[in-house]
Design a protein. Structure first.
Length: 305
């Protein structure tokens, strides 16, 4: 195992020069750790490694593991178990070696084959979307990391996050999937909602939908994060059944021409959830919520002969 050049610094091997791996490798390098090798297969990953980790040799995965005191596994979730098991079968993992993965879905259980060889498993997931460019390094300062590790080594995981400028948030092993589902729901589905809303605006003749949505969505997000569901506004929260009906009818009519149902179905499901949560919190009366839910359950006339 290669040693680092400064006391307290680690020799780090980055497996996966994707958007996350290259950025985190660069962040750790920026605070004095030595990146001893990086794996990069695609042309994009090689270019990313050159830009964010200049001078770091591109090596085969077993050689990286053999050289590193800390192995950073930044690979797709589905590829992680097989990679860890394959390296264990090859006898590459080393006693005392830190093995860190960046998957939100998994805790440290997925690293059991490495642990069995004496390695120290850590799960560190940045709750942020990455561009794979240097601007991500500055954004790490405002980033929370979901951290999972055994109690005796948890401070190591937390220290690594703090070194990168982030804030460690401890997630229990059994809660890891729920944690990741929450982040995916908040981030990925927000993109879908924005895209669907922009599509409707474009169909309504708006030339720059993003400009129309920008102030509204930014303010809504900030208010929701600051005030929770007390920030909820709009026709569902007001019990304005007539407006909900007009929205729903317009989306149904749109389907006749477009043949696309995804926007209407998303609107219905989110409006139902909004109505139910507003009712539970006393923002809507039961009669108002029932009327709205009945409207949302209506379908095309031809669907009910």
């Amino acid at each position: 195992m290669a040693g680092s050049t400064r006391p307290g610094r680690l020799g780090i091997g980055v497996i996966g020069a994707g958007k996350v791996g290259a950025v985190l490798g660069a962040a750790l390098r920026g605070v004095g750790h030595a990146v001893v090798g990086v794996s990069a297969v695609s042309e994009d990953s090689r270019e990313r490694a050159e830009n964010l980790l200049p001078g770091v040799p591109v090596l085969q995965i077993p050689e990286i593991v053999e050289r590193a005191e800390l192995v950073l596994l930044a690979v797709p979730d589905d590829a992680l178990p097989e990679l860890v098991e394959g390296l264990a079968a090859a006898g590459v993992w080393q006693p005392g070696q830190l093995v860190v993965h960046t998957s939100g879905r998994f805790g440290t259980g997925v690293l059991a084959p490495a642990r069995a060889k004496g390695a120290i498993p850590l799960a560190i997931h940045p709750a942020m979307t990455f561009t794979g460019m240097s601007l991500d390094l500055a954004r790490l300062t405002d980033c929370s990391f979901g951290v999972t590790a055994e109690a005796t080594v948890l401070p190591i995981a937390q220290a690594l996050v703090v070194e990168m400028g982030g804030e460690p948030v401890v997630i229990a092993e059994q809660d890891r999937t729920l944690y990741h589902a929450a982040l995916a729901h908040a981030s990925n589905h927000l993109v879908t909602i924005a895209a669907q809303s922009a599509q409707l605006l474009a169909e309504a003749g708006v030339e720059q939908p993003d400009r129309v949505l920008s102030a509204l969505m930014r303010a809504s997000l900030e208010n929701a994060l600051a005030s929770g569901e007390s920030a909820l506004t709009g026709p569902v929260a007001r019990g304005d059944a007539g407006t909900v009906r007009s929205h729903h009818e317009a989306l149904l009519r749109r389907e006749v021409d477009s043949g696309s149902t995804d926007i209407r179905l998303a609107y219905e499901e989110l409006a139902r959830s909004t109505a139910q949560r507003a009712l539970e919190r006393g923002l809507l009366k039961e009669a108002q919520a029932t009327e709205i839910l009945d409207i949302l359950a209506q379908s095309h006339p031809e669907e009910n002969p």
